[in-house]
Design a protein around this ligand. Sequence first.
Ligand code: SF4
Length: 448
Amino acid sequence: MLSVLDIFRIGVGPSSSHTVGPMRIAARYRRRLAKLALSPDMIAMIFRGSLAFTGEGHGTFRAAKLGLLGFRPETIDMAKAEAALAELERTGALPDGTRVETVVDYEQPTRLHPNEMQLIASASGERIDGRTYYSTGGGFIASHAQLSRPAENDLVQTDQPVPYPFGSGAELLAICAAHGLSIAQVMLANEDARRPRETTLAKLDRIAAVMMDSVDRGLRASGPLPGPLGVERRAAHLWNKLTTAPPNEREALFDWLNVYAMAVNEENAAGGQVVTAPTNGAAGVIPSVIRHYCHDEDGRIQDSMVQRFLLSAGGIGLLYKQRASISGAEMGCQGEVGVACSMAAGGLAAVWGGSPEQVCAAAEIGMEHNLGLTCDPVGGLVQIPCIERNAIGAVKAANAARLALHGTGKTVVSLDAVIETMRQTGLDMSTKYKETSQGGLAVNVIEC
Ligand code: SF4
């Protein structure tokens, strides 16, 4: 069983699979070299598949270099990171003198996952070590050996027994019914097997705090986002309009959800700190819904509501991760914003007092109307359509939760069925629409 803390990870933008994952891979490889007491004079990093095609726009190569330099997504100090990176670019080497080479391989097909990264260490021109890794979405990584043996990879952690293991939505609902528990209570009991409850709740509070910080930073910042598209940030302008003359039209709900989601995704596009929810590209949907709905009458965010939201949404997210994928390179955007929408819908239904069946129904509706959603980022940047797509995903999540709560929780299409449908649709989807920027908007919008 995965932990809810595997689904929500603190990282940096713009992409969990293309920024956070490669940074973690490079750091892991350095640890491997240290453990083996190897002292190369050069490390080559070879990027293949989606990491090659959209790596430049996603900041993949920078992130991997930062990983070699010892930075981690959860704790990175951006000022120190920029200084270290500038020094590496100037000298071409790490502080210990090890030269770093970046190779973008568009030709060789990837083997076990579309996000492949190979690291080769050499000394005096001789190869002394090499390893292939995969960035499997949401910041998860696996070595070639791990991914070849699914039972032992880090996607399904079986080492920690939990009181309520479940592998499907049906099993989760059966556990809830048998023990009279909510989905959040089941998740928390499972987390209790891993660490003290206070630690879990403190970590959830920290995740929520980073989410809200990313909203706040995005609401204040203005100007163009990085990259050649010249995309202007819009959240701050919309926020000023909303707060100086609050709209009273019925559609105002959309404005609030839109502005919070866009604030986070503009921060993500700018390389700021966000939480994978379940990925960086889809990082705005859940914070937006939390920000708009999980507060008291004075506007203060309510920790208990947020914890219930995150535990319920996390339970749904791990079903997608374990039964399908949350990687845009495997599933298209249905696996990122679609999953975020499904998770947010379930989390919101739980906060609104929905039964476990209604929570799963909300999650099902949230995904059902994202099936087939492609990933076609213009210029390989996580900006168009990603920023607006999160806004649309947040609104859709609230609507899905409403629809579910008006029902009994009984649905014709089960959550498991829609997850499997997403998986099959993702497998059938052309690679042009799976984070390669070779189709869709990416080829129909002219870059200036
Ligand atoms: S289109 Fe969706 S999946 Fe693709 S980079 Fe943007 S947010 Fe991620």
